[in-house]
Design a protein around this ligand. Sequence first.
Ligand code: DC
Length: 229
Amino acid sequence: MTVPVITVDGPSGSGKGTVSRAIARQLGWRMLDSGALYRLTALAAEDAGLDPDTDRQAIAALAARLQVEFLSDENNNEIIELNGRDVTQRVRAESTGDMASRCAVIPEVRASLVDLQHAFRRVPGLVADGRDMGTVIFPDAPLKIFLTASVAERTERRFKQLGELGISANIDRIYSEIAARDERDRTRSESPLVPAADAVELDSTGKPVQQVIAEVMDLVDQHGLKETA
Ligand code: DC
């Protein structure tokens, strides 16, 4: 039996992380935060003093050897370890997201992360969050969601999220960084951020997250995926 996958793709701040986590929890499935893998690649590159513009092969080699652990503490907060070190705070920093987006345009880096992403597909099922989950990594997924929201709303959400993580940020800078990152993610030649032809597009602008989760759960139900849980 093939292990079912629900892909949730979209730009940063569209709510796909929160929605994916909630769906995975409700179904009792595993979750793949593929953006974290690009962020961890970026941190490994940063620590090694590598530049995405000039050190493409070296960064791809680092990506192929990433030692990553997704853990949770006693309060169920996520802990991310890279090569045995806790990098939870660094992973979520805006500067890391920007470096991740620069590493993500490198085709060899993307290729290095394919096997690691496929390894997350295990019974009873997987919710995969990213940019190319439905188009490239899991093209056979029975349900594909493409989640969007306006740049203004995504900026506000990111600002709030960073505040909750205790990371200080400038809202105007976040706006321009989100817009620039969208542009880079959408226009890169390798695995650009586009909805799969068979994806269901949902716009979360102005909707409480619980409503978006409920809409996705309805789709899960309609696709007969609840009973596999
Ligand atoms: O979702 P995120 O902000 O954590 O992702 C960080 C960067 O990683 C994003 O700008 C683009 C890249 N990324 C990607 O290219 N493909 C994915 N499947 C996930 C993320």
